[in-house]
Design a protein around this ligand. Structure first.
Ligand code: SF4
Length: 333
């Protein structure tokens, strides 16, 4: 179970630990090759921390990230590998960042930006490097003749395509897309999402797609995990989650999605402040905002449990749910 905690320090001269920020806490899920898992929740719920901890951009406080290397058919625990052991796997694990305006170095040309991972990992040089940059730029819809231009010469959508090319050029297996389309106009969002979906089939990619916008997630993901206050509160296949959500927070998030039909009135259920992960309430972290709160919710924090073969949820409403076996990586070998 993966956790990333940060100490809260006092402001006095001698800084003492006065608390803990549980940015992501006790997280467990599996992800199959070729699958897209959406990770949704409000700002500050721990989505980005979780994504960065999975890729070891930050070191988790505890827990394992079991990753099967297809070339050796061997499981590695990314959370505990030393940097030198991690380096050969880095090409298989890539991230596409949120902001296409700041994620590309403005002083580098597109050729330099896209070829950088190949140069760092010494995977190609000379004409091969040149050809691979041209091929990947063409594939993401950027004309290779523009390779000597700088990022400012491109629109937001084009920059995000360049960011995708940079991630793809090392032929990764897992890509974490962190709010990759949220800074783009809606029409451009759709183009980039369609591109990511096409590339998934072509390159056999597995995605974790981090977003706060549920309508975006609906189009691209196979399964969706909903996070609240550093924990997964529901994880289900897409259709089940959108049509029959099990957790009150998921229901509230779905009701918060704007409806374009003026004749349909939706009662918004999400009020109150997002939980402070440095100062969580006792019991269920969602209890101060939950419309279905019960006495037990203020005493005991619910654990994620299987409530059907398609859904796991962490809510006392499902305490008497049937127990269904959850697969673990060792079951798969
Ligand atoms: Fe609401 Fe209780 Fe379920 Fe938490 S455990 S979501 S407070 S019903």
């Amino acid at each position: 179970r993966l956790s990333k905690h940060y100490p809260v320090l006092s402001k006095s001269l001698i800084r003492k630990r006065i608390g803990t920020v549980r940015a992501c806490d006790n997280i467990s899920f599996d992800l199959m090759p070729g699958e897209t898992l959406g990770l949704v929740g409000e700002s500050g719920c721990g989505k980005t921390t979780l994504g960065r901890a999975i890729l070891r951009a930050i070191k988790p406080t505890s827990g394992e990230v079991l990753y099967r290397d297809e070339t050796s058919n061997h499981y590695h625990d990314l959370a505990s590998l030393r940097e030198a052991e991690l380096k050969p796997l880095r090409t298989q694990l890539q991230m596409i960042f949120q902001d296409p305006f700041s994620s590309l170095n403005p002083r580098m040309t597109i050729q330099q930006i896209v070829s950088e991972p190949l140069r760092i990992h010494r995977l190609a040089s000379g004409s091969e490097l040149h050809d691979r940059v041209a091929a990947i730029l063409t594939r993401v819809g950027i004309r290779p003749e523009y390779r000597n231009r700088y990022p400012h010469a491109f629109s937001g959508g084009q920059r995000q395509r360049i960011g995708i090319a940079r991630a793809l050029i090392v032929r990764p297996r897992l890509i974490i897309a962190d709010e990759s389309v949220s800074a783009l106009d809606v029409s451009v969002q759709a183009q980039v999402i369609n591109l990511l979906a096409d590339l998934q089939d072509e390159y056999r990619l597995t995605y974790i797609f981090i977003a706060h916008d549920l309508s975006v997630v609906k189009h691209i993901c196979h399964r969706v995990a909903v996070m609240y206050a550093g924990r997964i509160v529901e994880i289900a296949d897409k259709n089940t989650l959108f049509e029959n959500p099990s957790h009150p927070y998921t229901r509230a998030l779905l009701n918060a999605v704007p409806c374009p039909d003026p004749d349909i009135t939706i009662e918004h259920q999400l009020s109150g402040e997002v939980a402070d992960v440095a100062n969580l309430p006792t019991g269920c972290a969602f209890n101060p905002r939950c419309r279905e709160v019960m006495p037990a919710c203020r005493e005991q924090r619910p654990e994620l449990q299987a409530i059907s073969d398609r859904t796991q949820a962490a809510c006392h409403l499902h305490n008497h749910a049937q127990t269904v076996a959850i697969r673990t990586p060792s079951d798969r070998s």
